[in-house]
Write a protein that binds this ligand. Structure first.
Ligand code: ADP
Ligand code: MG
Length: 729
């Protein structure tokens, strides 16, 4: 009998914390030591080069190509002094995570030796042989060229003795093959569109920046237990496992004392983050046992996203040092909370104004209301697309489960903002807002800041919630690349703001005063989009019904949700704001459907193997023991007495037989369903087939396996149980 499980459990439970060497210096001393930041640039670049590079970064201009060699030389010197041997163009292909191909600095010196060399050409552009990254058919393999090009807005950094240069990744014909390219385009378009609107209120505004503060939730599992769960290794989640008697019902984990081993891990991780210039700030336990969160101080969205991707990698490495595995899957365990990555999103001007924050004067508040109503309208018009931007095979397990927002997008405004929006809509002509006066007059706009000081108005059930100076997009999944959500939201808002400006300008051209025109357009937007506004309990069944009545997108099938990317209005929007062409959108959807299929396929295969090779044999053995027992009882005791004594076991044997029969039959059916689906050519149809005909088996079969777990002798059960996986000491 395999007792591997017990060995693993023993190991896990007796593991001592790995203590971390805390640097003697204050974090401000080592913060960013692995980043080629301004300080490093200043030290390692000639003045002229430094000026050219910082000018390009600050003014969002391309780098003057004549200084590229000089930048490369400085960068190389800096990196080599820090022990780097290799460099890489670091990019974000359409898979989970990041990609990198390491090259060493050496070149032939022409005298049979080598020299260390890194040229401007190598810094700025490369042609990785990247034909096997998903591209949705944009690049046929015979012309597999893809280019990676330096994104100067995100600084180079050192990780694992390698100089990492953040780059975009595009095809020979210019289509984006990554997340970063469209993200930069979206940020650029929202900058332009929001600046134009902000200039109604302040002519000095030259740029608007999109900010992102993500909150990364994750689970930790001891590595020994992890290794004994093929499903965790293959899919990142437990495909089976009965819930433990105690899970999160006592609510004793949330914000509770952090276990020692975990605390050491967190400390180690934070030090790594700070060295890499990731402003990790907050850490705490989450709701579920063994669930935790890390949140940084928010940053400009592109940089914030680079930092999140880097963090996910660093986390995995640091966890290993502490004999943990990090689970970034959205739903590693059934029956308890899943993990999200709330995206706190805001816009700010280069004059220092947060555009989603109420101001002090009526004019500032009109600006605030203007951006609020434009966001509301954006989320209303594109609620299906916004949902598509966070949908995936893995996040599907989390959304709509009882502790996460449902697969319906709505917006939460809070009582105060709601009542202001309402009074704005109901105000009649005489109630005109006097924006020149000090106080907001008739609409009481000036009261907003005072009211908001008491910012306890929080709704944790909303997928898209206003939280005082930002929106918290909570439906984003823990393993996601935030770029997807940020591209959708910023692009759609850019289009909305462009339309808003056109409408206001048209009114002004007809002789209306600017602020009257703005007010009138705000009213229109708020009225038109009120169906998206929902402050109630997003987890309730009634809301699902209500959302349907309101005409919101209630689709739950992920492959069908992806269709929203190809709606005519979506394609037009992305083209208008210059973020995606139709070809890019179509290619990306091919990748999305294919990825969906593959993830479900892997789960289904792994599940079938575990059911047939782990569970059934063990259950059969145990059943045999029972049979043996019954047989012996009946042969020892007289007829009636024997029957009585063996009755319980007989029932158990029968029940087990039923469960096992079900499992064996249904695994065969599931395999057949996969075979049928695999023959389908179209990626979309194949993904739909996997969703409709394969996924349901995973749930229905699991039920019977989990029942067997309760029947079979604990000593024989091969897989670490939930109670073992979830409670670290
Ligand atoms: P909570 O869990 O209460 O929502 P956290 O402190 O865990 O709050 O996370 C809040 C996140 O929001 C942090 O990353 C923080 O930096 C970020 N944040 C705060 N203000 C803004 C803002 N104006 N724009 C974007 N992100 C913000
Ligand atoms: Mg939050």
């Amino acid at each position: 009998m395999s007792h591997l499980r017990f060995k693993e459990v023993e190991l896990a439970f007796n593991r001592e914390p790995v203590t971390v060497d805390i640097p003697k210096e204050a974090p401000s001393e080592y913060y960013g030591m692995y980043v080629f930041n301004r300080k490093a640039m200043f030290k390692y670049l000639p003045k002229k080069t430094f000026d050219a590079l910082t000018y390009a970064i600050d003014n969002k201009k391309p780098l003057d190509i004549t200084v590229a060699d000089s930048v490369a030389a400085g960068l190389q010197k800096w990196a080599m002094e820090k022990g780097c041997t290799h460099y890489t163009h670091w990019f974000h292909p359409l898979t989970d995570g990041t990609a990198e191909k390491h090259d060493s600095f050496i070149e032939h010196d022409g005298k049979s030796g080598v020299i260390e060399e890194f040229s401007g050409k190598l810094l700025i552009q490369q042609e990785p042989d990247a034909s096997s990254f998903p591209n949705g058919g944009i690049r046929n393999t015979f012309e597999a060229r893809g280019y990676s090009a330096w994104d100067i807005s995100s600084p180079a950094f050192i990780h694992d003795n390698t100089l990492c240069i953040p780059t975009i990744f595009i095809s020979y014909s210019g289509e984006s093959l990554d997340y970063k390219t469209p993200l930069l385009r979206a940020l650029n378009s929202v900058d332009k569109a929001a600046t134009a609107v902000a200039q109604y209120f302040d002519e000095n505004v030259k740029h608007v920046t999109s900010n992102l503060g993500w909150e990364q939730e994750y689970f930790l599992v001891d590595e020994a237990l992890f290794a004994a769960r093929p499903d965790l290794i293959m899919t990142g989640r437990t495909l089976m496992g009965h819930e433990s008697a105690k899970n999160q019902q006592l609510e004793d984990h949330y914000f509770g004392a952090i276990p020692m081993r975990v605390e050491e891990f967190m400390l180690d991780l934070e030090i790594e983050c700070h060295k890499l210039g990731i402003p990790a700030k907050t850490r705490h336990n989450e709701v579920a046992p063994n669930q935790f969160e890390l949140a940084p101080i928010f940053e400009e969205s592109n940089l914030a996203n680079d930092h999140n991707l880097l963090l996910m990698k660093v986390m995995a490495q640091v966890a290993r040092r502490h004999h943990f595995r990090v689970l970034l899957h959205e739903k590693p365990f059934a029956g308890i909370n899943g993990s999200g990555k709330h995206n706190n999103w805001s816009l700010s001007t280069d004059t220092g104004v947060l555009l989603f924050k109420p101001g002090k004067t009526a004019k500032e508040n009109l600006q605030f209301i203007t951006f609020m109503s434009n966001v509301m309208s954006t989320v209303y018009k594109y609620n299906g697309l916004i949902k598509a931007s966070i949908s995936s095979a893995t996040n599907a397990h989390r959304l709509g489960a009882n502790e996460a927002p449902p697969a319906i997008i709505s917006i939460f405004m809070g009582e105060q903002i709601s009542s202001i929006l309402e009074s704005l809509v109901n105000a009649d002509k005489e109630d005109r807002l006097n924006v020149s006066g000090k106080s907001g007059l008739s609409l009481n706009m000036s009261q907003i800041p005072q009211l908001l000081l008491d910012n306890t108005d929080r709704n944790r059930t909303s997928p898209f919630a206003f939280t005082g100076n930002r929106f918290e997009f909570r439906a984003v999944g823990s393993s996601a690349n935030c770029a997807s959500a940020m591209i959708a939201v910023n692009s759609a808002l850019a289009e909305q703001l462009m339309e808003f400006k056109e409408a206001v300008d048209a009114r002004v051209a007809k002789g209306e005063a600017v602020f009257d025109a703005i007010l009138a357009e705000n009213k229109k937007l708020i009225e038109e989009s009120k169906a998206i506004h929902f402050d109630g309990n997003g987890y309730s069944e009634e809301w699902k019904e209500e959302a349907k009545r309101r005409g919101l997108d209630c689709e739950t099938s992920v492959p069908l949700i992806f269709d929203r990317y190809l709606d005519e209005k979506t394609v037009n929007m992305f083209q208008k704001v210059g973020v995606f062409t139709k070809v890019e959108l179509e290619a990306r959807n091919e990748v999305k459907w294919e990825t969906y299929t593959k993830k479900v396929q892997i789960e289904s295969r792994c599940f079938g193997d575990m059911a047939l090779n782990h569970i059934i044999p063990v259950a059969t053995k145990y059943q045999n023991m029972l049979l043996d027992n019954v047989y012996k009882i009946k042969s020892l005791f007289p007829h009636e007495k024997g029957e009585k004594i063996a009755a319980q076991d007989m029932t158990m044997i029968e029940n087990m037989a039923e469960h096992m029969q079900f499992i064996k039959d249904k695994v065969q059916e599931m395999i057949e369903a996969r075979k049928v689906a695999n023959k389908i050519e179209s990626q979309r149809e194949k993904a739909i087939a996997y969703h409709d005909t394969v996924v349901p088996y995973l749930e229905s079969i699991r039920y019977h396996i989990d029942k067997l777990e309760l029947m079979v002798d604990d000593e024989m059960w091969p897989l670490p149980k939930y109670r073992e996986l979830l409670f670290i000491r």
